[in-house]
Design a protein. Structure first.
Length: 347
């Protein structure tokens, strides 16, 4: 029996540099959160490897499978953009975080989303064996449990949502909300981070599909679907060892070098409007305005990991952060500490 992990992105990607394919880790939160599990259980991972030239798909697939036990799901560029930057991150992401005014609704992007989920289903079914367990992750693949169930009725399927599940009055704004619920109910086990998210999901299932639950168990036809809460932790050992690594010590020494500030505030966030980055900058400015004795005695180091800059809201957010960092008097009084944006990818 093998555990099959399925997510939008693989934990690594291969990029052409000169005459060779270079292996690079993907900095996404889902990949990072599952990396330790993937290594410990020697799971096989299905996911999109990013944009790959059609002439290189064979070489990329062979290397990913041989060296990393990863099965790539290749997507045409146009469909991938409509599915990822379009429906997944232009519709589902803002809506499920209750930023309903940021969500857009496009039938063509929904069609791309559905087509990609179909393609994932074909690849997983082609690569699975009897007795394998399938663990699907996150909002990019809401339809996948049912699509696999239709192809393999006795499959063992789990699904975990890494983002909030919104209240029903927000969720119902999605024109395809019933299809999302029906897709998820193809799983045997559905997991959430918190009880609030699980309750919101159960309430939506009751109101949209008329299916009640008993202690988190939903009877859907002849099947029982279990809904439960599984907060995602971190790889404690990895973080502990990283904190004392020589490279970290050198970086810290560079920041603290000289007669500079006595205190360091460090914040790292992915570029996203749900992270409140402009508000962090504003709060730092207000702190210095209210406590001028801290001016030149504190450094605010802000690391921003680039993300989804093809989505309009993210591009606007990046411009706003750049402007606030360049003009610290805006909205926050004069910032005489140090607010820096580190515009690079990190693990």
């Amino acid at each position: 029996m093998t555990l099959l992990l399925v997510s939008n992105r693989l934990p690594i990607s291969l990029r052409r540099i000169g005459n060779r394919l270079d292996v690079q880790p993907n900095p996404g939160g889902v990949a990072a959160g599952l990396a330790a599990f993937y290594r410990e259980y020697k799971a096989r991972w299905f996911g999109w490897p990013g944009e790959v030239l059609p002439s290189e798909t064979g070489e990329v697939a062979a290397r990913l499978e041989k060296e990393f036990d990863c099965r790539p799901v290749f997507l045409p560029r146009k469909i991938a953009r409509a599915y990822y930057a379009g429906f997944s991150n232009g519709t589902l992401w803002p809506l499920f975080h209750s930023f309903a005014t940021y969500a857009r609704y496009s039938a063509s992007e929904w069609d791309a989303y559905r087509a990609v989920n179909e393609r994932f289903a074909d690849e997983v079914v082609r690569g699975m064996k009897r007795g394998d367990s399938i663990w699907i992750h996150d909002y990019h693949l809401f339809l996948l449990p049912r699509l696999i169930r239709t192809r393999v009725p006795d499959a063992r399927i789990g699904f975990f949502l890494h983002i909030p599940f919104p209240p029903y009055d927000v969720f119902r704004l999605l024109p395809w909300h019933r299809e999302v619920l029906e897709g998820l109910l193809g799983a045997d086990l559905i997991g959430f981070h918190t009880y609030d998210y699980a309750r919101a999901f159960l309430g939506s299932v009751l109101r949209d599909l008329g299916l009640d639950n008993r202690i988190g168990m939903i009877t859907a036809g002849h099947r029982v679907v279990q809904v439960d809460v599984f907060p995602l932790g971190i790889d404690v050992a990895r973080f502990r060892s990283a904190s004392v690594a020589p490279s970290v010590e050198r970086s810290l020494s560079r920041v603290q070098k000289g007669p500079g500030p006595s205190k360091l505030l460090f914040s790292v966030s992915r570029l996203d409007y749900t992270k409140g980055i402009p508000q962090q900058i504003e709060a730092f400015g207000r702190f210095l305005e209210a406590h001028p004795e801290w001016r030149r005695n504190v450094t605010y180091l802000l690391a921003v990991v680039p993300s989804r800059e093809r989505v309009a809201e993210y591009a606007r957010l990046k411009r706003e952060i750049d402007e606030r960092g360049a003009d610290p008097q805006r909205d926050g009084g004069r910032i005489e500490g140090d607010a820096r944006g580190l515009d690079r990818e990190s693990e």
